[in-house]
Design a protein around this ligand. Structure first.
Ligand SMILES: *[C@@H]1O[C@H](CO)[C@@H](O)[C@H](O)[C@H]1NC(C)=O
Length: 443
């Protein structure tokens, strides 16, 4: 049976209020009789008075403990009467703004050799995960993936992840998973259990939300995708020094990791710089190219088109001197820098994907994916910090056809865009204060 999200939210609130007040009544019942006994007891001797004051302090101590743990819990916004004992869990839970993130909820089976590899870091919703086997197969290294999964999407996402792990050894060995959701659409009313239990592989207790037959909880609730929180978490939780920050609709060419690490050996000290992977686009469906030779050939055949844009921006994948890039040919097994972009005007429309060190400026967590240009503020900050954009030759990303859900309600979409624009304007003002107005970066 489908109930609307609003109803669900209402009933949740009711449950929350109910369980809080229930808890208060309970603790009063526990404390009052004992206190009364202490106060009403006739004082027979100083020793007895001393003993009762000790008892009184003891009872107060317990009372304070109960109160403070409940308070800490309310601070965490779990609305859960039982405090979440974080220490007994094998994973980290963090709250950021109105989202809760479970970091490293499902860990990879093997520990990567951190010095000799790098991490593919991304944020996704569960419908994007069907790209994972292909991408992992091409990447052949550690991946750090944040999945936004509110309400019933949580369980669906976990099941999908476990299926992927069962079916694909690369994913099983190499992917660490972080899950996140809105505080008010927390999947578990009580403690968050292990991922296996939450996916209900080992228990049969029912979850708090109905699973939608069609579409996602996210789409039924018109919830925006806070991709930047997921990106930041995926980057922070990477175990390697270098990360490729990308999206799941972009398939990397093969052998990027060993060739990139080889390239670094010849690249003096790396100051503020990122290594950009040019983006090309599949004209239709089919197998994406894995090497530049294949890419060039497929372009000639019309199966690959020159970079252009995405659903959210028409020009953001256009990189400087793109046509020429196809003409420059070096052996497929080498990797070099094709062009260094220091031109600040280029970032007016360009939103490149790149390899960077883990300590790059954060993505702005106020920006939401559906509000468009959600990565722009981060790129602006890179520009303000004089980052160089080294465009790689022989390594690239191929944009495949997106099948992800889009928000069809025009008014909701408009409100998301407005949200991003307003939040961005405010941030740009902050940045102008910090860096001055004469920066040459397009704001
Ligand atoms: C997992 O990553 C390692 C490198 O960390 C790679 O050598 C291995 O091939 C990957 N596993 C699979 C099954 O692809």
């Amino acid at each position: 049976m489908e109930i609307t999200v609003e109803n669900e939210e209402l009933s949740l609130k009711k449950r929350r209020q109910f369980s809080l007040s229930e808890n208060m009544v309970e603790s009063q019942q526990q404390l009052l009789p004992t206190n009364l006994a202490v106060f009403s007891g006739r004082r027979t001797s100083p020793l007895c008075a001393f003993a009762s004051s000790i008892l009184f302090i003891y009872v107060c101590g317990i009372g304070f403990y109960l109160w403070s743990s409940n308070f800490a819990c309310r601070l965490r916004n779990f609305g859960d009467p039982a405090p979440v004992s974080l220490s007994s869990l094998a994973f980290d839970i963090e709250q950021r703004d109105r989202y809760i993130i479970i970091k490293n909820y499902i860990k990879p089976a093997i520990h990567a050799d951190e010095k000799n590899t790098m991490t593919f870091a991304t944020a996704a919703i569960f419908t994007d995960l069907s790209h994972m086997p292909e991408i992992c197969g091409k990447w052949q290294g550690p991946m750090s993936v944040s999945v936004y999964a509110p309400g019933s999407d949580f369980k669906t996402a976990l099941r999908k992840i476990f299926n992927l792990r069962l079916a694909n050894s690369c994913i099983h060995q190499n992917v660490s998973w972080h899950l996140y959701f809105d505080t008010e659409f927390s999947p578990s009313w009580h403690k968050i259990r292990s991922a296996e239990e939450e996916a209900e592989l080992t228990t049969t207790t029912s979850g708090s939300y109905d699973v939608w037959i069609k579409g996602t909880f996210k789409s039924h609730g018109h919830l925006p995708f806070p991709a930047n929180i997921g990106r930041n978490v995926a980057i922070q939780e990477s175990k390697t020094r270098y990360v490729l920050v990308s999206d799941l609709h972009y398939y990397p060419s093969i052998n990027i990791i060993p060739r990139f690490l080889e390239l670094l050996k010849f690249q003096g000290p790396t100051g503020n710089r990122v290594y950009v992977l040019p983006v090309f686009k599949m004209a239709g469906y089919g197998k994406p190219p894995e090497t530049k030779s294949e890419l060039v050939q497929m372009t000639a055949e019309g199966n690959i088109v020159l970079p252009s844009g995405t659903l959210d921006c028409t020009q953001c994948n256009i990189f400087p001197h793109a046509r020429k890039w196809l003409e420059v040919r070096s052996p497929d097994d080498t990797l070099s820098v094709y062009y260094v972009s220091r031109e600040k005007e280029e970032f007016e429309s360009w939103q490149p994907y790149y390899i960077a060190t883990k300590d790059i400026p954060f993505f702005d967590e106020d920006q939401i994916k559906e509000g468009k240009f959600d990565r722009k503020l981060q790129l602006l900050e890179l520009c303000l910090q004089h980052y160089e954009f080294h465009i790689l030759d022989n390594a690239f990303l191929v944009q495949v056809q997106e099948v992800s859900e889009t928000i069809k309600d025009v008014n909701i979409l408009k409100s998301f865009i407005q949200h991003n624009n307003q939040a961005r304007e405010k941030k740009v003002e902050d940045l102008l204060c910090r860096y001055g107005s004469d920066t040459g970066c397009s704001m």
